[in-house]
Design a protein around this ligand. Sequence first.
Ligand code: FAD
Length: 786
Amino acid sequence: MVFRLVRTILRQPVSHLSKLAKYCFKSTADVVFLDCSMPCEVNPRFVLLYGSQKGQAQSIAEGLAEVAEEHGLVAELSCLEHTEKYNLEKENAPVVFIVSTTGDGEPPDNALQFVKRIKKKTLSTDHYKHLSYALLALGDTNYANFCNCGKTIERRLQELGAKQFYATGYADDGVGLEVVVDPWLDGLWKAIKGALSKMASDRTGYFNGEAGDSPKETPDSSLPDVQLNLLSITDRQNCESVGGSVETVSKSAFAASSSAPAAQTAVSDLRPAASAGSPGLASQSHGTASISTSAPETQTKDAGVSRVILASSLKCSLPPLSESSLNVPALPPSYLDVSLQEVDTMEEIIGPFNKETLHEVPIPRAVQLTRGDSVKTALLLELDISAYPMMTYQPGDSFDVFCPNRATEVENMLHRLGLYDQRNHRVHICLCKDTKKKGAQVPPYIPQNISLLYLLTWCLEIRSIPKKAFLRALVEHTGDSVQRRRLQELCSKQGTADYNLYVRDPSLNVLELLTAFPSCSPPLSLLIEHLPKLQPRPYSAASSCLTHPGKLHFVFNVVELPACSGRPAGRRGLCTGWLFDLINPVLLFPGKDESSGRMALPKIHASLRPNCSFRPPSDMSVPFIMVGPGTGVAPFIGFLQQREKERLENPEATFGETWLFFGCRHRDRDYLFREELEGFVSSGTLSHLKVCFSRDDQMEEEDNNSAARCRYVQHNLRLSSQHVTDILLKQNGCLYVCGDAKNMAKDVNETLIEMIRTELQVDQLEAMKRLAGLREEKRYLQDIWG
Ligand code: FAD
C-alpha cells in the first residue's frame, strides 16, 4: 500500500498531498514527503481483464500488456477468474475487458463466475458508478449470439452505472478478428490516456474543494487503494481532453499504407525498423513498425530468363502489397527455454496423458452410411462404453475424442526442425529468466518427462493455423530476404487479405508454411510458445442409452481439406482422418454382412461432455421441431430413439408432435438413417419428416403438395411456416438446430425471423426480439459446428 501511495503521491501537486495523507494516515507526520522534483517516472496504470476459451482473447490481452510500457502505461493483466488479482468494487483506474464467447453464446469457462457475479439482481444501479471501462468482444457471426458474452458484460456494467470511455469493438472471427481488433487496439491507448486525464481532472476538482472537505464524505474503504495516476507531462502531451467522449471504431479494413516508397530498390533483409509498438495480434499505435523499403519485384529472373508473376500465391504477392510499406506487429517476446536431454530410458506415456479423465473404449462396429459415389463420406461408429457407467449419456450430450497428430506429419516436422535424431530425447522446458512477456508460464498442458516425439504427437496442435504473431516471430528465423518480406507481408496490416486468402481460409498449418518458406528455421521453443494445446474433437451422441444400453453411437463426415497454394495435395481432417484409418479394416458398408469378429477391435480415448440445455423437452407433451441436415441429424436420432422407448413404456401418455427437417445432396447417396427415420414415422414417434435434396433435379414432392423447389432445410421450414410458428409461439414448443455453423444455422435463423415476421405481421426488429426471447427461454437451441 505504501508503494502505491508513494506512486500516487509523486504525481500530486504539493497542495494536495497533505489532504491525501489526512485520509490515509492518522497524521501527516506518518508520511515521508519525497522531493517531487526527483526524476521518478512511474507510469499510470490501467486494469486489463480477459476471459478466453481458446486463448485468442488471452493472447490479445497479453500482447496489449506487453506493449503498454511503450505507451507510458502499466497494464495490470489478469484473467477474470483470478479474483484475488483485481477488485472492481474499488477500482479507480480505467478497466479494459477483452472477452470471447463460446458455445451457444456462453461466456468462456474462466469468465463464467464473473458474469454470474455481475448479473446478481441484488447489485444496485450505482454499484460500478466509479468504473470507467472499455470492452473488446470477440465472436463469430457464423454462430448465433454473436459476441454474447461481451454484450452481456457491457449491458450489466452500464446497468450498474459504469461509464464507457471507448466504444466497444465487436470482432468477428468469421471474417478475421483483426479487421476490428487492429483499429480498436490502435485507438485504445489514446482513449485510456484520455480517460486517465479525465479521471484525474475529476479528482483534482475534488481535491480543489469541489467535493466536501471532510474525510467522511469520501468512501473510507476505498481510500488506501485510491490511484490518482495523474498523467506525466509526456503523457499529457499525448492525450486530448475527452470530456467523457467515446471514440468510434471503424469496422472497415485498412487501406494500404500511403507511404509507399518512391523509388524501388531490390529486396533487402528487412529488419523490422521499429518493431516496438504493437501487441501480438495487432496494435500498431505509436510504435508502428513502418518498413520503408521496396517490395519484391514482380519480375523475377530465373536462370537468366525474366518471368512475370501474374498471380499472387502464398509465397509471393503482387502490387500494391508487394510495393507497400508495411505495418507489422511487434515481435512477441520469447519466454521459453527449451533443451533436449539424452536419456537412457524414459518411462514413456502411451496415448493421451490426462488418462484419469478419459476412457479407452473399443469400437465394435463401424458403418459407412454414404454410398461410395457420395461427395462426402459419413461414418457411424459404435463405442462399447459398458465398462464405464460414468459415460452414461443423455440424448443431446456430446463427447470428446482424443486423437494424436498424424505420425507422418510429426516425422516431417522433426526432420524440418532438424531434430529427428533427438526425437526420443527428454524435453525440458523452463521460463527464460529475463523474458519481457507478462504472465509468462510454461504451458500447463505439457507434462514433465516426455520425449520430443510425445510432445509433437500428443501435446501441440501442429495443424493449427499460425496466427499473425507467429508469422511475425518466424520472420526472425528466416534467412532469405524475399521469404522474410513475404512473411512480413502476411502478418502486416496491409497483408490481411492475403493472410486470409492463403493462410486462414485454407486452414494452412505450420508445417505447410515451413515447407513453403524453406529458409525459415524456427527453434523448437518458438513452436511451443505459439502452437496451442492439441484439442479433443467433440461429437454428438447419435443414440439413446435406452435403445442401445452400454453403447454410444456417433456419426461424422471425413473432413477433406482441398489442395491450395502451399498445399499441393488435399488432406483429411486430423481426427476424422485418423478415425477413418483406424476403423478402415473393420468398416462395414450398407448391405455388407457383419464382420467375422475375428479382428482385434480398434480403441479410442473418449470422455463425456454433457450438454445441459440441448435436451428433448422434459415434458413429453411439449411439441418440438428438429432441424438437422447431414450429420446434424445425429443428436435427433438419439432424441427419437428415446421418444420411441418412452412411447412404449407410457402407452397412455400424451405426446407432443415431433417434426424433423433433414436435408442432404442426393436421396440415394447420402440420406443418412433413412430406414430408421422412416421407421419412426411408421411407428408414430416422428409426426412429420421433411426431407430435401440439394443436388437431385426432381421437384420436391415428398410429404407436401407444393411443387416448389426445396433444396435446403430452410425452404421446407418456410413451407411449414404456420405449423412451426404455432408450435413455437402458441404451443410453448421447442426448436433445435444441429450441424453446419457456416451457412445452414444462419440461413435457418434468418428464415425463422422471416416466418415470425410474416405470421405475426410484425416488423423485422420485433421478429428478431421474439426469436431472441425464445432463445433466452431455451426453446430455440443450437448445437452447431464447422
Ligand atoms: P481438423 O483437422 O480440426 O480440421 C478442421 C478444419 O476443416 C477447419 O479448418 C474447418 O474449418 C474445416 N472443416 C471443414 N468441414 C468441417 C466440418 N464438417 N466440421 C469441422 N470442421 C470442418 N462433427 C461431426 O461430423 N459430427 C458430429 O456429431 C459433431 N458434433 C460436434 C459437437 C460439438 C459440440 C462440436 C463443437 C463439434 C462437433 N463436430 C461434429 C465437429 C467435430 O468436432 C470436428 O470439428 C470435425 O469432425 C473435424 O475434425 P477434424 O479433426 O477431422 O478436422
